[in-house]
Ligand binder design. Structure first.
Ligand SMILES: [Fe+2]
Ligand SMILES: [Fe+2]
Length: 325
């Protein structure tokens, strides 16, 4: 049964007005509540993209587990990558409360029709990239997800509260890697600066296009799925991160970076939106590689799914026999 797929002829304006009034009053929408079909679809799109991002996000970092420089670093990175798998599963479960099947969502990822965060289509070239990802990518995710923890859809908001706690650990381990490298030998410091140079702009792109070019934003804000716009969140991230870079003596790679006394914001130079769209459309440095790795992992895991389904069927048979007895 799919309780959230509305019956026909239910999208009358009065019902939508009632729904919007609930959101305006700060109420949470729960799986069994009525919701406009478009709200449901937007949430499925956002939540499944988010779940895919958690899962694909394991690839650039998993790649470094065997090459982490110390046992402590290896343990932290291993724990982080496992956390991301958990985030993916948790959000897939949340998405299923909207009446979609997880296998359908995963098929969309594997056949390339679903998107995931473009940041994971960049390569991890050095150990410092693991630091930069934790600091910047997980840092940007926290800014975004802290806002989503107040989203109007209950299962998504609650998932975010828990996930943000783990993201904080991810960010700290990344920042600590960067701080250590920056205070190390000249070669280590160069490695840290090089990672910041490569990850800074893509991490700013994680917040999506400018508000003026973001077609879904108005509706998502009105429905309380998003609580702040892309540009507001990006600005918050910039303001936090500039100070953190200074604290560990690294330079933000933006000659136009300037503090604006009036707004108390750090203003940046132009973002290369051509690059952003190139990567979104599948032509980033690692798009092909990431999808190929996911497809391979999916194929390799086929026997596990078959075995789990056979076991579940066996259990169900055993239960029905004992009930009948
Ligand atoms: Fe995560
Ligand atoms: Fe994370």
């Amino acid at each position: 049964m799919t309780p959230n797929k509305p019956e026909t002829n239910t999208e009358d304006p009065a019902r939508i007005a009632g729904f919007e009034a609930r959101i305006a009053a700060g109420e949470t929408i729960e799986p069994k509540d009525w919701m406009p079909e478009r709200y449901r679809r937007q949430l499925v799109r956002m939540m499944s993209q988010h779940a895919h991002s958690e899962v694909v996000g394991m690839l650039p970092e998993g790649n470094w587990i065997t090459r982490a420089p110390t046992l402590r670093r290896k343990m932290s990175l291993l724990a982080k990558v496992q956390d991301e798998a958990g985030h993916g599963l948790y959000i897939y479960c949340g998405t299923e409360t909207l009446g979609v099947d997880r296998h359908e969502l995963i098929q969309q990822l594997l056949n390339g029709t679903a998107k995931y965060s473009s940041i994971f289509n960049y390569p991890t070239l050095s150990w410092a990239d693991i630091g930069a990802i934790g600091w910047l990518v997980d840092g940007a995710a926290i800014v975004n997800q802290t806002m989503l923890a107040k989203a109007s859809y209950g299962p998504y908001a609650r998932a975010m509260v828990r996930i943000c706690k783990e993201e904080n650990f991810h960010k700290r381990q990344g920042y600590e890697i960067m701080a250590t490298l920056s205070a190390g030998t000249p070669a280590q410091k160069r490695m840290a600066q090089d990672a910041l140079d490569r990850w800074w702009w893509p991490s700013l792109m994680m917040f999506g296009p400018h508000d003026t070019d973001s077609p879904n934003s108005d509706e998502l804000l009105r429905w309380g799925v998003k609580r702040k716009s892309n540009d507001e969140l990006r600005q918050r991230f910039i303001n936090l991160t500039v100070a953190q870079a200074k604290a560990i003596d690294l330079v933000i790679p933006d000659p136009q970076l300037a503090f604006d006394e009036k707004t108390q914001n750090w203003l940046i130079g132009p973002i290369d939106w051509d690059e952003f769209w190139r990567v979104v459309r599948g032509n980033g440095p690692c798009n092909q590689e990431r999808l190929a790795a996911r497809r391979q992992a999916h194929d390799d895991g086929e026997w596990v799914r078959v075995a789990a389904a056979a076991y579940a069927a066996k259990q169900a048979r055993a239960e029905s026999t004992s009930e009948a007895a």
